[in-house]
Design a binder for this molecule. Structure first.
Ligand SMILES: CC(C)(COP(=O)(O)OP(=O)(O)OC[C@H]1O[C@@H](n2cnc3c(N)ncnc32)[C@H](O)[C@@H]1OP(=O)(O)O)[C@@H](O)C(=O)NCCC(=O)NCCS
Length: 151
């Protein structure tokens, strides 16, 4: 199956909103996802033909990126798509010379925690009752990025 990792554009938003509905108990609306078309955030989608199979989004703070969302359609999981999306996002963060990436993840979300750890994210703390539906603590994970060489 040919899958492209593309920077998210307006045409991808309906597919991403559908993906959010399948993957999360509090999905982002198409309107909210418009954040990723502006300068304050960036997102990438794994696309097969017209179908969005997965996506990742990051909010840009000064010097730092905060991963807000990562999801892959259930039928497209365990094929390396999330790994490809995280890798693309890290590449972008390094290109932007960000010092670190951070994220929150449900304490029970072993697949995602394992994925992030494999990219060098480390557990930096816990946020009590960070999530709703169901209520659950969030782990804060951080990955420092290598500063860009001047030469
Ligand atoms: C987490 C999620 C994005 C992973 O997507 P995916 O495309 O299946 O992940 P990949 O195939 O790229 O797997 C990468 C690594 O993640 C880990 N992983 C993924 N699914 C796993 C599972 N079910 N159990 C254990 N580890 C898992 C493994 O380390 C895997 O590497 P491996 O296949 O070499 O063992 C997907 O399960 C998902 O959308 N879950 C629901 C939404 C969600 O929880 N998002 C994260 C919010 S922080």
């Amino acid at each position: 199956m040919k899958v492209d990792i593309l920077q998210v554009a307006r045409e991808h938003l309906p597919g991403i909103a559908a993906l959010e509905t399948v993957c999360f108990s509090e999905p982002w609306s198409e309107n909210a996802l418009g954040l990723f078309l502006g300068d304050e955030a960036v997102a990438f989608a794994a696309v097969h033909g017209e179908t969005v199979l997965g996506y990742i989004g990051m909010l840009l703070a000064p010097g730092e990126g905060q991963i807000l969302n990562l999801a892959v359609l259930p039928e497209a999981r365990r094929q390396g798509l999330a790994r490809a999306l995280v890798a693309r996002l890290i590449e972008e963060a390094e290109r932007k010379n960000l010092a670190a990436l951070s994220l929150e993840v449900r304490v029970s979300n072993a697949p995602a925690i394992r994925l992030y750890q494999s990219f060098g994210f480390q557990i930096a703390g816990t946020r009590k009752h960070f999530y709703r539906r169901p209520t659950e603590d969030g782990l804060v994970m951080i990955k420092p990025l290598a500063p860009k060489s001047d030469v």
